[in-house]
Write a protein that binds this ligand. Sequence first.
Ligand code: FMN
Length: 137
Amino acid sequence: MMLVRLIYASTKTEHWNDYELKQLIDQSTERNRKECITGVLIFNRKYFLQCIEGKRSKVSELYARILHDKRHKNVQLLTLEEIDEREMERWSMCYVPDSQITQEMVLKYSDTTDFDPYDMTAKGALAFLRRSCELLN
Ligand SMILES: Cc1cc2nc3c(=O)[nH]c(=O)nc-3n(C[C@H](O)[C@H](O)[C@H](O)COP(=O)(O)O)c2cc1C
């Protein structure tokens, strides 16, 4: 088995209400669990930042679906790498809502206090995602 980690940033295209968001999270958690995909999704009501880890073929299939999903746009790949171990092994899909994104956390991994995942390095984004989930759980 070949384990990989993929991180991307994207921008929402439509208004997401809390119900739609919950549906996305629930469906993704369920499907990721079945496919042994682990990961984190951060959404600040404008941008998404997501990390997915798992078997290369499964991560590729999921990323293809995500790329074609009309609910967001400008999907930019931050990194795709082979890994020896997962960082997010505890979460099929850890969702970090905007209320949990503090300016201090953003500042730690960015050059401003505004959350903009397109401006993050892959390494910084991974640390930010992992730290956010640890604080939540
Ligand atoms: C920001 C974002 C993140 C998503 N994350 C996942 C995910 O982690 N797992 C998943 O199965 N689907 C995820 N989806 C949904 C997929 O794009 C897709 O709609 C879903 O997998 C169902 O695909 P299907 O209808 O082709 O089976 C995400 C969608 C968006 C917009």
